[in-house]
Design a binder for this molecule. Sequence first.
Ligand code: ADP
Ligand code: MG
Length: 387
Amino acid sequence: SSSKTSSTILPPATLGMLGGGQLGRFFVAAAHEMGYKVWVLDPDPHSPAGLIADRHLVAAYEDYAALDELGGSCAAVTTEFENVPAGTLDYLSKFIPVHPAASAVAVCQNRIAEKSFLADNGLPHGPFAVIRSEDDVRDADAGLFPAVLKVARFGYDGKGQARVASHDEAIAAFQHFKGEPCVLEKMLTLDCEVSVVLARDEAGTVRCFAAGENRHRNGILDVTIAPAQTSAELRDEARQIAERIAEKLGYVGTLGVEFFVCGGELFVNEMAPRPHNSGHHTIDACDASQYEQQVRALCGLPLATPRQHSAAVMVNLLGELWYADGKGHGAYHEPDWAVLHAVSGLRLHLYGKHHARPGRKMGHFVVTGEDADEVLQRALQARAAIG
Ligand code: ADP
Ligand code: MG
C-alpha cells in the first residue's frame, strides 16, 4: 500500500484537522489567516476547533463514512491529538497526504513504544521498566522506587499516573489501572522541565523554537517561560536532541518534545506529535507561530525561520477559575477578564469551551516584553489578580 505524497498545496484549498481541541482551534485560525479552509473531525459538537471550522464533521475517529468525506474534500490532513487511532491516519493516507504519518504518531501515543524508541536510538531517558503483568512489577529493579506508574496509552495532564513507593504499591496501582500495559518510571528529582517545539518538512529541514521552561501544578502545565532561563548550552542541547528525534521519526509537521533536567542533564520525558501547550506563546512572541509552521509543513510550503522578538510567559487558565473558591467549588461565574485586559503586554486567548470543569484547559494568557524577569513578574501578578 502506498501513501499519497505531497506537492505544494495553496489557498483556497481545504485542509483537514483530526481533533477539535484548542490546539486544533489555533491551527484553524492560522490556516484561515493564510487563506485556507479547514474541516475539523471531532465527536464533540462543542469542540473549540469545530466551532470556528468551515465544516465540523461531528463523528468518531473511526467513522469511515466521515473519513471518506474528509478525504474527498481536503487536500491534506493533520492532527492535534495524539490519540487519533493510527488506523485512521493510515486509512486517510491512501487518499491524501497525512502529516505526521501514522508510524510517527504510533510511537508518540504509546509510552512503551516511545521509551523503546528512545532506548533504541541512544536518546537520553530516565530508568524505566515495561509492565504488562504483576510479575513484571515483581521483577522490576528495586532501584526504580520511588517511581511513577503510567498507563501506556491515553494518559494526559497527569491522568493515568500513580506515584508508588514500593513493589506492593505498584501492584495495587497496576490493578487499579485494570492491568493495562504501563511503564514504571523512576521518580527523578528535577532541577526544572523544558520543552522544544519544532517543525520539520518533507525535505528534512528543521526549524526549532527556543526551548521553554515549564512549571506544572497537579501534573498540569501551569506556566511556560520562553526562552527557558537555563544556560544557552542546555537550550541548545535540548534543540539538538529534539532534532534527532524528529529525524529518526521521519517526522513532518510540528512536534513537541518534553525534557526533564536532572543534575544539569537532559532526559527526554515524552513527545507530542502535534503543537504543544508550551508553544502557545509563539503566536504572540514570534514572527511565525507553531501553528503556522504546522500549516506550512502540511502544505509543502517553506518553513519560516521564526525569530522570537520578545521574552514571553504563558499562563494556563484552568476551569477552577470559574468557581467561587478558585478550586472547583461554590458559585459558578465568568472570571473578570477586564482585570487581565488591563495588564500591559498581556494577550488573552479563550477557547470557547462551553463549560468549565476543574483541571480543564479553558484558555491562557501570554505576557510579552523585553526583560524576561520583568515579564515573569507581570505574568505572575496578572495571575494573582484574576484568582
Ligand atoms: P502527561 O502526558 O500528563 O503530560 P508526563 O509523563 O509528562 O504526562 O507527566 C506529567 C508531569 O508529571 C511531568 O511534566 C512532571 O512534572 C511529572 N513527572 C512525570 N514523570 C516523572 C518522573 N519520572 N519523575 C519526576 N516527575 C515526573
Ligand atoms: Mg507531559
